[in-house]
Design a binder for this molecule. Structure first.
Ligand code: SAM
Ligand code: SF4
Length: 376
């Protein structure tokens, strides 16, 4: 069991908050696809012939590509790798790119999961974020997707947007749950260095929302999602039973994956690799046989820290048997000893052989996780 992530780095408009590697769409499409497929061939043994059970087309905006360009990419992946018949194949779509014929084309390529970047249903938020689409366009896109027969549909929302009130957020959530979607990813806005918002924050032109408002919006998200029948299986991810993202869950469960394209990461249990975050440099390096990635051998401490960082954000939490098996008595004792105080504060609980964060703990997950990090 393994996953493949394909990074399509093109966007038609740059959102002010986004730090994912992306550039404005250019004429480099065909040289990019050539390089991507060359990389796929060069690295076809990375997964040691494991069966690929998930493929994720992310970005950037994969939907800037036509069905035939996506077909060229996926068909080569199907040739090079052992892809399971029931493989979960996700594509991220921008609402502006969704057309009924386009969706029919995606089905023919065996794509069976759609992630739509809605972000907010309120036009003033979308303007502020510098999104390409407005709310009406997102409604049409989501209806088209549901009408076309895709069952496994998720949308992305952002909360904690400056100026967003609790009732704005409530309306966004209520409207979201009025569609028959099976999954929701909802992220608190982060101000990333180097983005337009990051620079505005440094200059004092924008400010983060008040901490109490953040907490209230997170609590509302958790309660409304639960009422609507969604399970919060990760801090920002909510799914109906049977509709959790297998691809993302596998990242959190240390399943091997191969990341192709500029800035993509790969993991095979013992090494982590990340590709150049520069399209031209990436294409040039792949074509000239030069190195296009950096890598790190993961020592026991790093593997432990990565495990804690990912598992504690999920509903499955820290698996104590796994910790004992992988990190021996030292790792096990370390976790048990540290967890004591968090349990006393009601931030963590033990469920059989797992340690999971409570709702209160999730609110300060970053602080708890950093306390669990094993120092050098
Ligand atoms: C690669 S983008 C999604 C796909 C597509 N490019 C789009 O925007 O529609 C992944 C998601 O991460 C979220 N995201 C990105 N940067 C963020 C930030 N700084 N704060 C909160 N959420 C963010 C957005 O919800 C976004 O849809
Ligand atoms: S959020 Fe999506 S569309 Fe916006 S810049 Fe980032 S990758 Fe591009």
């Amino acid at each position: 069991m393994a996953g493949i992530y394909l990074h399509i780095p093109f966007c038609k408009k740059l959102c002010y908050y986004c730090d994912f590697y992306h550039i404005i769409s250019s004429d480099d499409d065909s040289s990019f696809i050539d390089a991507l497929l060359k990389e796929a061939a060069l690295r076809k043994d990375y997964l040691s012939n494991e069966t690929v059970t998930t493929i994720y087309l992310g970005g950037g905006t994969p939907s800037v590509f036509s069905v035939s360009q996506l077909g060229q990419i996926l068909n080569r992946i199907y040739e090079l790798f052992k892809v399971s018949d029931d493989c979960e194949i996700t594509i991220e779509l921008n609402p502006d790119d969704v057309q009924p014929e386009y969706l029919e084309g995606l089905k023919l390529l065996k794509i069976n999961r759609i992630s739509l970047g809605v972000q907010s249903w309120k036009d003033s938020d979308l303007k502020m974020l510098n999104r390409r689409h407005d709310s009406a366009r997102a409604v049409t896109a989501l209806n088209d997707i549901l009408k076309s027969g895709f069952k496994n549909v998720t949308i992305d929302l952002i909360y904690g947007i400056p100026g967003m009130s609790l009732s704005d957020w409530e309306s966004n959530l209520d409207f979201t749950f009025s569609f028959g979607i099976k999954h929701l990813s909802a992220y608190h806005l982060t101000f990333e260095q180097g983005t337009v918002f990051g620079k505005m924050l440094e200059k004092g032109l924008i400010s983060e929302i008040d901490e109490n408002d953040s907490t209230a919006q997170f609590n509302l998200l958790a309660s409304r999602a639960a009422e609507a029948g969604f399970i919060q299986y990760e801090i920002s991810n909510f799914g109906k039973p049977g509709y959790f993202s297998i691809h993302n869950s596998n990242y959190w469960k240390q399943v091997n994956y191969l990341g192709l394209g500029p800035s993509a990461h790969s993991f095979n249990g013992f090494t982590r690799q990340w590709n150049l975050r520069d399209l031209k440099g990436y294409i040039k390096a792949v074509n000239s046989g030069k190195s296009f990635f950096e890598s790190e051998e993961l020592d026991t401490r790093t593997r432990f820290n990565e495990y804690i960082m990912t598992s504690l954000r999920t509903m499955w939490g820290i698996d104590l048997d796994y910790v004992e098996k992988m990190f021996e008595k030292e790792g096990y004792d370390y976790v048990i000893n540290l967890s004591g105080k968090f349990k006393n504060y009601g931030l963590m609980k033990q469920e059989q052989k797992s340690l999971v964060l409570t709702n209160q703990g999730m609110l300060i997950s970053d602080n708890i996780i950093s306390e669990f990090m094993m120092p050098d």
